[in-house]
Write a protein that binds this ligand. Structure first.
Ligand code: CA2
Length: 147
């Protein structure tokens, strides 16, 4: 059974509490539930982690090398600023899918550049929390084709 991890960055734990026009009305628990349900349907073993701390996210990515076949990451605000997270992802050497709930290209200029996009396998953005489900589906296809 494939083992993958979803890593969520800062403030995503507050989903549903504010900014519902950008991120929808569903809360973080709902996001975890729909992802776990989809993973179960696909016979994937899924772990989900969230951190508001850049260095913790780097540690999670480093540790992921030993355990996981792929990473799905929404680095949130750090997508636009973090060379350290980009470097950690580039060392991972297995499939990585970047997810954004909102369409970052429709928003402020500073969100148009994601520093991690250049080191990931693919990107899903602007499709709401359903983007995570699409990412799980795609990861399953990628991993199936590897074997
Ligand atoms: O669209 C996305 O998924 C983002 O990665 C979300 C980040 C934002 O900084 C990126 O530009 C795009 C922000 C996540 C913060 O989520 C909140 C949830 C509830 C209330 C306030 C923020």
């Amino acid at each position: 059974m494939s083992k993958i991890i979803i890593i969520n960055g800062p403030n995503l734990n507050l989903l549903g509490e504010r900014e519902q026009t950008q991120y929808g009305s569903n809360d973080y628990k709902y996001l975890e539930e729909i992802c776990q349900n989809r993973a179960k349907d696909l016979n994937i073993n899924l772990d989900i982690k969230q951190s508001n701390v850049e260095g913790e996210i780097v540690n999670i990515i480093q540790d992921a090398r030993k355990t996981y076949a792929g990473i799905i990451i929404n680095a949130a605000g750090y997508s636009h600023t973090s060379v350290a997270i980009r470097d950690a992802l580039s060392i991972f050497k297995k499939p990585v899918i970047e997810v954004h709930i909102s369409n970052i290209y429709k928003r402020e200029d500073f969100r148009h550049k994601s520093l991690i996009s250049g080191v990931v396998t693919g990107i899903i953005c602007g499709l709401g929390v359903n983007g995570y489900i699409l990412a799980i589906n795609s990861m399953q296809e990628i991993l199936k084709n590897e074997n």
